[in-house]
Design a protein around this ligand. Structure first.
Ligand SMILES: Cc1cc2nc3c(=O)[nH]c(=O)nc-3n(C[C@H](O)[C@H](O)[C@H](O)COP(=O)(O)OP(=O)(O)OC[C@H]3O[C@@H](n4cnc5c(N)ncnc54)[C@H](O)[C@@H]3O)c2cc1C
Length: 335
């Protein structure tokens, strides 16, 4: 019934792909656009030579919602994700405190695996940055960085971090909503060592340090243990204070902070690279999950409307898809 209704989805992170997949399953004609070369947005996996892999964005995800539980169980059954059993601690005042034992899941063999799975069978255009969107009587038209005009689409779904959503939707009311949402930066260092770093845990929430989180990436299931890969993530405060610092400077500073955490002999490193997430996480997410303007056929969703995490982003995408489908069904009944 809904075949022929076209939807353009901007962003191939968890929100965009969950939305696109749900709509495609209901017969909508969906095209997804992402500026990145790969899929997953902030559920990212960085590959580096030789044979190094780092989850430099989201570290793991947890599950609370029954629908996301169902999806995660299916991913577990098919080997798309696995539980990370490693010991996770908090480091506070030189004390090691075990963190809660709630199940933590990771993509296999990297955090982008969930996005790759969601995208199967979808029309996704990667390496396509959208620079403008316009609405007219025929629907939504999208302009790419290469100045290509795509569309029109009956419905547009924008799933970018809040500041980028605001930039794209400028004059629309949703642009104004997005412009009021603050997102914190996160400097992340990916480091590989010649041998094992001797610490009695696999991941730690760090206090009283430039670092907020460190993880033995190689301890996650499906990763090569002998690669000795670590991910070191700075606190929002430190990242904000060093937002425009050079990647080399940041690598050096955060590496030193890690040495202080290890507080003992460290094997020599063979790879250290820093990555800046300018719009890393949302400190005070709105909880509406998505915004929908049925008159214009515009939906906005993403983690900044849904708890600021992987699970929230996924559920936001599904909720946006539900709203679009319900509206379309109503239109069909009315016509
Ligand atoms: C360092 C870090 C650590 C984190 N750790 C965790 C964690 O451990 N657990 C957890 O649950 N969550 C974590 N998160 C949060 C989690 O990654 C996000 O909540 C979730 O991935 C957001 O998904 P999304 O689809 O809303 O947005 P995104 O993943 O950001 O997707 C948006 C997409 O839009 C694309 N895009 C942007 N602008 C344009 C444009 N103009 N044109 C085309 N495409 C565009 C981007 O390339 C991106 O792929 C972390 C995030 C960061 C940065």
């Amino acid at each position: 019934m809904t075949r022929g209704h076209t939807v353009g989805v901007i962003g191939a992170g968890m929100a965009g792909l969950a939305c696109a997949r749900e709509l495609a399953a209901k017969g909508f004609d969906v095209t997804v656009f992402d500026k990145g070369r790969g899929l997953g947005g902030r559920t990212a996996t960085r590959r580096a030579e030789p044979n190094l892999r780092f989850d430099h964005g989201a570290q793991f995800f947890t599950v609370a919602d029954p629908l996301f539980r169902e999806v995660t169980d299916d991913w577990l059954a098919r080997g798309v994700v696995a539980e990370w059993i490693g010991r996770i601690v908090r480091l506070e005042n030189k004390t090691v405190i075990d963190s809660s034992r709630q199940p933590r899941y990771v993509g296999m063999p990297g955090m982008s695996a969930m996005a790759v799975d969601l995208a199967v069978g979808l029309c996704v255009r990667t390496a396509t940055q959208i620079t403008a969107v316009t609405h007219s009587a025929v629907g939504w038209t999208i302009v790419t960085e290469a100045n290509e005009t795509v569309g029109p689409f009956d419905t547009l779904v924008v799933t970018l971090p809040a500041p980028q959503t605001a930039g794209l939707l400028g004059s629309h009311h949703f642009g104004a909503v997005a412009s009021n949402v603050k997102m914190t930066a996160c400097w992340t260092v990916m480091a590989a060592f010649e041998s094992r770093v001797e610490l009695p845990w696999e991941g730690a929430f760090v206090h009283d340090s430039p670092l907020a989180w460190v993880a033995r990436n190689s301890s996650k299931p499906g990763r090569a243990r002998e690669a000795n890969c670590w991910v070191l993530q700075a606190s929002p405060e430190w990242s904000a204070a060093h937002l425009e610092a050079s990647a080399d400077r940041v690598s050096k500073d955060l590496f030193e902070a890690f040495a202080a955490v290890v507080a003992g002999p460290m094997p020599s490193h063979r790879y250290v690279v820093a990555h800046r997430w300018r719009y890393g996480q949302c400190s005070e997410p709105d909880e509406r999950r998505m915004l929908f303007d049925p008159k214009m056929g515009l939906a906005v969703c993403g983690d900044w409307l849904a708890g600021g995490r992987v699970e929230g982003a996924f559920l936001a995408g599904i909720k946006a898809a539900d709203a679009i489908r319900e509206h379309r069904d109503q239109e069909l009944r009315d016509s």
